[in-house]
Design a protein around this ligand. Structure first.
Ligand SMILES: *Cc1c(COP(=O)(O)O)cnc(C)c1O
Length: 881
């Protein structure tokens, strides 16, 4: 289907009290004291009754509200308007970047209109709302997504063309909003997309990092270099700075006893330093709805912009010191994935973010004039992993110290409001903060955490008298030197629900992470909500060719918001004509990626080869090392073949992508090994197209959108029990790519949905991993023979100076092969052979590919968000009309 026109809709039944663009919500009218009020400054309230003067004013505003951009002429006018008045560009001086910006501003106008009506509607209905606290939102690009959501891409493309540009070019001008590391941040982005589409009143809260995840460059030696990502340097049309929304956030200082108005003594946090948190809003369009979601991101700002005293004394550096320190707080995103570095600046970021967010949420609640005990009827707070857990102590502090509630009433509110999503069982990723650091930075919170722990342990002691072991196991404070605050434990104690992100992971959360808490709370507190991805970005937008044949075959676009509809494709899995169409689309997507690789990297790959892709953060547990060792094995075998044997080989392009944390030495060495192997293999003329190895630099959302639709096979080969869910596995299968994977995370549920005959699985099962590790530790690692041969080849210098790779190879031998590469190597190679053989049967492969897409309905983030709304948030959609 080439066109898609927006359905005409009935007008909203209820006329809203203020016209669109200039609602008080957006401005939150601030009356400046230095401006004398004059008679005409009438600010009508939202009440139903207005004075005649107010009525006249409202009518006037209404009549002046900007119109829809209904025709391409309107759109052209709007773009020219923004070029002239927003960007101040003459028509001789409009380049692609300026045109992208003007177009984005024009689209933003449409979005803001929906943003404002959504806020008005929420203000009027005042429903329960959910706030998704996430350190990361890996949004990627906004323009294309907004155009699709507003169903106006065709019109904009025509308008842009009429003005002398191509939409394709403009889309490429946009920088990714890369405010995240990997899966966790991308999940948050998918969830706000689904929330907006399903019209749930959900807002995201996060930080506005000036530098998102670093830009990865692969240098001439094949190593990863990191450079800052200046994503905001051309301005960002998709965010709105809200100078009217600003809060104080305090650090350091001490705790004092104070009398309150009622003459009771209260503890109070005094002194220290303060910073401002200033809000930036990013509208999140919903698909095929007038509802618009929001992400509110905080930026740190100094209290004292400029120290005049210091300046006058000639100390110019000191004059801007405060400013520098405050600016640093939200400058950088920590580039770690599934790893906690325990740095003070990180704790400051976390507290700054949750404090500002809670102040904002409490302000909104107080406007409703409801009693505090109704707080959890109005507010649900979801903690996306351990990073925002300090919010539990902060809400308790705000309620007790600032709002004057009794401890127990406050704690009741807290535990009914918060829910916690665990994303990993890897111990190195579970945050712990040292007690001395906490006492220094957040002295009052440390006391509160001690009290939370004390009251909790007293309850446990009452329930299980004399069970000292149990008390030690569940204590929020770890008795180490120095003592540590176990943040995940605080989350379990302070939340009403704890969820894992895939079925197996949720079982491991109960069994390995929090077994003692099951004893205290019972199993009902612990639930599973399997992750999902948004079909809008990951199929509709990323794979237009597949989108069109799906819509054509199913006869409607219903599947875009009801992904289960894809099951109807199963009927066509054996249909030869449909198979051909389907595989033609795959071929075109492979051509698109091949062209990208050729243009950007100068490597030519053939779309006739099997495209084998592994793109994700580089981490030992994800085992890119296993993949490249398998590639070396393949190369070794190819080298030993004669021509007739080679003629039977399935040609393969092995594509890697992903960033390693800058301090993660072993992961960076894996990148180096991949690039060293690529250099040798790609330049071996005797091998030709039979094997190519490509490392695509700077993997990010916009690249994922080109890479994902082009896979024949993608690899999700984590050591069983280590990948909580994975979401790129879902993206690939949704786009008709088969999986080569381990029995881990969401791979298992994908298998159950698409059928085990449509997925290539291998490897040790999760429940066997501990024993094998134990034995390897005890008896040493007995290396698989093929693996030994691969190591020998590396050590022979076949891929350059072998000594470089010693630390990597040591992880297999002296390191005890913690991730079971040797144990799984043989199963991996055998499955790869099966992949090669199956790929040669084009009909069978086409059928499997269709069955993959057809079985993915369950993995829509729409389903996941509904589950959160029903099982955790108790949240209802607020229809936009
Ligand atoms: C989906 C996605 C991820 C997550 O990939 P996994 O394989 O699930 O770890 C990471 N980065 C980007 C850019 C993504 O789009």
């Amino acid at each position: 289907m080439a066109t898609h026109t927006r359905k005409t809709r009935p007008q909203p039944k209820r006329r809203l009290s203020l016209p669109n663009v200039t609602s008080r919500r957006m401005m939150d009218v601030v009356i400046h004291e230095d401006i004398k009020p004059v008679d005409v400054t009438v600010v009508p309230t939202r009440s139903a009754k207005h004075t005649p003067l107010e009525e006249t004013l409202l009518e006037r505003w209404k009549s002046l509200a900007p119109h829809d951009l209904a025709s391409t002429t309107d759109i052209e006018k709007s773009i020219v308007y923004h070029t002239t008045y927003t960007l101040c560009r003459h028509r001789y001086n409009v380049d692609k970047t300026a045109m992208y910006s003007a177009t984005s501003h024009s689209v933003r106008d449409l979005l803001l209109k929906e943003w404002n009506t959504t806020q008005e509607r929420l203000h009027v209905t005042n429903p329960k709302r959910c706030y998704y606290l996430s350190m990361e939102f890996l949004l990627g690009r906004a323009l294309d997504n907004a155009l699709y959501c507003l169903s106006t891409k065709k019109e904009y493309a025509e308008s842009v063309k009429a003005l002398g540009f191509s939409m394709e070019d403009l889309l490429e001008e946009e920088r990714d909003a890369a405010l995240g590391n990997g899966g966790l941040g991308r999940l948050a982005a998918c969830y706000v997309d689904s929330s907006a589409t399903l019209e749930y009143p959900v807002w995201g809260y996060g930080l506005r990092f000036k530098y998102g995840i670093f830009k990865q460059i692969i240098n001439n030696e094949g190593y990863q270099d990191e450079t800052p990502d200046y994503w905001l340097s051309h301005g960002n049309p998709w965010e709105l700075r809200r100078d009217d929304i600003k809060y104080d956030v305090q650090f350091y200082g001490y705790v004092a006893t104070k009398m309150n108005d009622a003459g009771e003594s209260r503890l109070s946090w005094e002194g220290g330093e303060k910073m401002y948190a200033v809000a930036y809003d990013m509208p999140i369009p919903g698909y095929d709805t007038k509802n618009c979601g929001n992400i509110r991101l905080w930026e740190s700002q100094p209290h004292n912009l400029f120290d005049f005293g210091a300046f006058n004394n000639g100390d110019y550096d000191k004059a801007v010191n405060d400013q520098k320190r405050a600016n640093n707080l939200t400058a950088v995103l920590y580039p770690n994935d599934n790893h906690d570095s325990g740095k003070e600046l990180r704790l400051k970021q976390e507290y700054f973010w949750v404090s500002a967010s809670l102040q904002d949420i409490i302000r909104r609640f107080k406007r409703s004039k409801r009693p505090w005990k109704e707080f959890s009827d109005q507010v649900a707070l979801q903690l996306n992993d351990t990073h925002p857990i300090m919010a539990i102590a902060e809400l308790q502090r705000l309620l007790v110290d600032v709002e004057g509630l009794a401890w127990d009433s406050a704690w009741d509110i807290v535990t009914k409001t918060f829910a916690f999503t665990n994303h990993t069982v890897l111990p190195e990723a579970l945050e712990r903060w040292s007690v001395p650091l906490m006492e220094h930075l957040l002295p009052r919170h440390m006391q509160i955490i001690y009290d939370i722990n004390l009251f909790f342990l007293q309850k446990v002691e009452k329930q299980f008298p004399g069970d000292r072991d149990l008390l030690n196991q569940v204590s929020i404070i770890e008795e180490s030197q120095p003592q540590q605050v176990r943040m995940a434990y605080l989350a379990v104690v302070g939340s009403h629900k704890v969820n894992g992100v895939a079925a197996l992971h949720s079982e491991l959360v109960k069994k390995d992470l929090f077994p003692a808490f099951i004893k205290c709370f019972g199993p009902e507190k612990f639930i599973n909500i399997t992750n999902g991805i948004t079909p809008r970005r990951w199929l509709y937008q990323a794979n237009p060719a597949l989108r069109d044949i799906i819509t054509e075959t199913l006869g409607s676009e219903k599947w875009v918001t009801h992904l289960d509809e894809l099951a109807q494709l199963k009927k066509f899995a054996d249909d030869k004509a449909f198979q051909k169409k389907w595989m033609d689309v795959k071929y075109r997507n492979k051509q698109r990626l091949a062209k990208w690789i050729s243009t950007n990297m100068g490597i030519d790959v053939s779309p006739d080869s099997l495209f084998d892709i592994q793109v994700k953060r580089i981490h030992e547990y994800k085992r890119q090392f296993l993949n490249i060792l398998g590639v070396i094995h393949r190369y070794r075998e190819l080298c030993e073949m004669n021509d007739s044997e080679r003629s039977k080989v399935t040609p393969r392009v092995v594509i890697f992508g992903g960033k390693a944390a800058p301090g993660y030495f072993v992961a960076k060495l894996v990148i180096k090994l991949i690039n060293s192997v690529a250099k040798v293999v790609n330049n071996d003329e005797s091998i030709g197209d039979l094997l190519k190895v490509v490392f695509i630099p700077d993997y990010k959302v916009s690249l994922a959108e080109i890479i994902t639709p082009a896979s024949d096979i993608s690899q999700h080969i984590s050591t069983a029990g280590t990948e909580a869910s994975g979401t790129s596995n879902m993206k690939f299968v949704l786009n008709g790519g088969l999986i080569l994977g381990t029995v881990d995370g969401a791979n298992i549920e994908i298998r159950d949905e698409i059928g085990e005959e449509n997925i290539f699985m291998f490897g040790t099962l999760a429940d066997k991993v501990p024993d094998i590790r134990h034995n390897q530790k005890f008896y040493g690692v007995l290396l698989d023979a093929n693996l030994q041969a691969v190591i020998d080849l590396i050590e022979s210098g076949a891929f350059g100076d072998a000594s470089i790779f010693n630390p990597l190879i040591d992880t297999l031998t002296y390191g005890g092969d913690y991730y079971l590469i040797s144990e799984d190597f043989d199963g991996y190679l055998k499955k790869q052979t099966e992949v090669d053989d199956t790929f040669r049967d084009k009909t069978l492969w086409a059928k499997k590919s269709i069955m993959c897409t057809a079985g993915m309905g369950f993995f829509s983030s729409d389903r996941a968000v509904r589950e959160y709304a029903d099982k955790i948030w108790n949240l209802k959609p607020i229809p936009s009309e």
